[in-house]
Structure formats: C-alpha cells, structure tokens
Ligand binder design. Structure first.
Ligand code: 5GP
Length: 118
C-alpha cells in the first residue's frame, strides 16, 4: 500500500485534505464520516497505511487493533451513550472502498438494517 498513491485517509492524517477530527493520538486518528449513516458516524483509522483491512491488522499488529477499539469506545462514551456498532468492511464485495483499514463507529438511530457502504 505504501508504494502506491496515498489513501484518502493518509491525506487526511497529513492534513492535506480537511476532515472533522474528533480524537487523535500517536498511532490512531478518528474523524467524522463525510457521508454519515447514523447520528454518530466516525471512522477510526490507524495512522499507518500498512494494513488494508482488519484481517491484516489483527495478524500484523493486534495491539494496534485494540487501540482502534479503545478509541471507538472512548468516542461512543463522549458523543453517545457508550453503546455503539463497530463495522469493518473487508473487501470490495463487502462494501470496502478505501483499502486503508478503518473502523466505522455508529451510534444513535440505528435501524436493524444499517449497513455501511450499501
Ligand atoms: P468503506 O466503504 O471503505 O468501509 O468506508 C469508507 C468510508 O469513508 C465511507 O463511509 C465514506 O463515506 C468515507 N469517506 C470517503 N471519502 C471520505 C473523505 O474524503 N472524508 C471523510 N471524512 N470520509 C470519507
């Protein structure tokens, strides 16, 4: 991934394109999804572009995956009631459009059918 054009998310991390950033630390960033599917819809993204999806992240750096989940929980606590849906789309057919691993954190007005990317 690093050898190709930087992902949109890498460009947000580099402040090359704007986003509404809601949390950030050394390794992970969170910002509002540009096309929200729920009252709260935030993307939590490892800063490294080394991992295309959560399967690769879990295998390569499980601690970083845990940091993504911890930031998701922190955001749900701060911006909703602490209960949230955590979605990783894995592969194009599953709705993944950006191949820089990211978690969708959704809360509020979640219908049973809420699916991201569909
Ligand atoms: P995926 O479909 O890969 O699981 O999720 C990609 C998500 O990124 C989509 O929900 C889409 O709305 C969001 N997205 C795409 N481009 C941008 C952008 O430039 N800024 C922000 N904040 N979100 C984006």
């Amino acid at each position: 991934m690093s050898e190709s054009t930087p992902s949109i998310f890498s460009r947000i991390i580099a402040r090359e394109i704007p986003a509404t950033i809601v949390a950030e630390n050394d390794r992970v960033i969170a910002f509002e999804d540009i096309s929200p599917q729920a009252d709260l819809h935030v993307l939590v993204v490892p800063k490294t572009d080394e991992y295309a999806d959560v399967t690769a992240l879990a295998a390569g750096d499980p601690e970083l995956l845990a940091e993504v989940v911890a930031m998701a929980k922190q955001i749900a606590d701060e911006r909703s009631d602490g209960q949230y849906r955590l979605i990783f789309n894995n592969g194009e057919a599953a709705g993944q459009t950006i191949f820089h691993v990211h978690a969708h954190v959704l809360a509020g007005n979640l219908g049973e059918g809420t699916l991201v990317g569909h």
